[in-house]
Design a protein around this ligand. Structure first.
Ligand code: ATP
Ligand code: MG
Ligand code: FE
Length: 353
């Protein structure tokens, strides 16, 4: 089975072809990603109209390139998967319509993929992980702790009540004059910094629920930066290190509670602890999860960094996971700017989508 995957929900335009191997995992035949970071950098964040237009300009070329690299003609695909949400509606429409067009022209099934589900299933593309598993899904727009019980079957155990972790990294970077996206810049600056120089809060630590709240930490960084101004390179490094140390402590505590709730809710231990989403690229956060896993005697799985941030391979893989269960979608499937994975526990706030 070979599936084309298309991703346009945020600021990456991506197209990939993934093949289902006889062993049941995925082989990436082509993985084309074009980031719009440069187009948005001047604004310190993603501008929806600029994003949608930029997707339109490159989507056809990227799909053609992915098919060429994979050495496959569109008519030889087994299906076309496109992210149908959640995300910025203008961008989602571009990728979903491109996918529908190819599905219509070739007569192949369309799989309308939930972008969050794609992040949540990515670990199974590269590693052989059985359900159920515990996942920290942390990106620029989302921060959730989920029990992944099967394809399309998720329990949300915790979520952020305000900012996503990636958003907190991005805003911290902006306050400190570091480039967008902030995550990699803050992580790099933190390496040379003193994580104990600034005493920053660890919001939510010790709470019995597995939720996050990060806006207070962001405000504390702002106060600390104002007091230390004008900032030297050393100050910026120390602020980044102190901020990242606070996030790491929060993640470790929240995931410990998430693990406890997983065991209570499912009456079994997870097969693995997984991290996904752009923030999953952060080595300090991976380290915190590794400690937790060592303590609990569980395997930790983190997809390669390139598959943590938005990409087409994860959409193609989610398409494979759904199509092999017979779950294709009608061609009139509507784009969903909001599309919770676990509707029964969706609060009426937080997500950017
Ligand atoms: P979403 O998936 O929620 O719709 P998104 O497109 O912003 O949104 P991703 O591309 O998965 O999500 O992740 C981007 C986010 O990850 C950004 O906020 C970025 O700062 C953060 N990020 C990337 N690398 C790192 C890192 N090394 N450390 C911390 N955060 C990081
Ligand atoms: Mg992105
Ligand atoms: Fe994403």
């Amino acid at each position: 089975m070979r599936i084309l995957g298309i991703e346009t929900t945020c600021d990456e335009t991506a197209a990939a072809v993934v093949r289902l191997t006889p062993e049941g995992s995925g082989e990436i035949l082509a993985d084309e990603v074009m980031s719009q970071i440069a187009a948005h950098a001047a604004f310190g964040g993603v501008v929806p109209e600029i994003a949608a237009r930029a997707h339109v300009e490159v989507i056809d070329m990227l799909i053609a390139r992915a098919l060429a690299r994979a050495g496959i003609a569109a008519r030889d695909l087994d299906g076309v998967a496109a992210a149908a949400g959640p995300g910025l509606i203008g961008g989602v429409l571009v990728g979903l319509m491109a996918g529908k067009g190819i599905a219509l022209a070739t007569g192949k099934p369309l799989i309308a993929v939930n972008h969050l589900e794609a992040h949540a299933l990515t670990a199974r593309l590269t590693a052989n992980i059985a359900f159920p598993y515990l996942i920290l899904l942390a990106s620029g727009g989302h921060t959730q702790i989920l029990a992944v019980k099967g394809v399309g079957d998720y329990d949300r155990l915790g979520a952020t009540m305000d900012d996503a972790i990636g958003e907190a990294f991005d805003k911290t970077a902006k306050m400190l004059g570091l480039p967008y996206p902030g995550g990699p810049a803050v992580e790099a600056a933190a390496q040379a910094g003193d994580p104990e120089r600034f005493a920053l809060p660890r919001p939510m630590i010790g709470r019995p629920n597995a939720d996050f709240s990060l806006s207070g930490l962001k405000t504390a960084v702002r106060f600390a930066a104002e007091q230390a101004a004008p900032l030297t390179t050393r100050d910026v490094a120390d602020l980044c290190a102190s901020f990242q140390a606070a996030v790491v402590d929060v993640v470790e505590d929240r995931m410990r509670v998430g693990l406890k709730r997983f065991r209570e809710r499912l009456a079994t231990a997870p097969q693995a602890v997984v991290v996904a989403g752009g923030v999953g690229a952060n080595l300090a956060i991976r380290g915190a999860l590794a400690r937790l896993c060592a303590e609990a005697g569980l395997p930790m799985v983190a997809p390669p960094q390139k598959l943590c941030t938005d990409n087409g391979a994860m959409i193609a893989w989610a398409g494979i996971e759904r199509l092999r269960l017979g779950r294709a979608d009608p061609l009139d499937f509507a784009a969903r700017p909001r599309w919770p994975l676990d509707p029964k526990s969706e609060p009426a706030r937080n997500n950017k989508a």
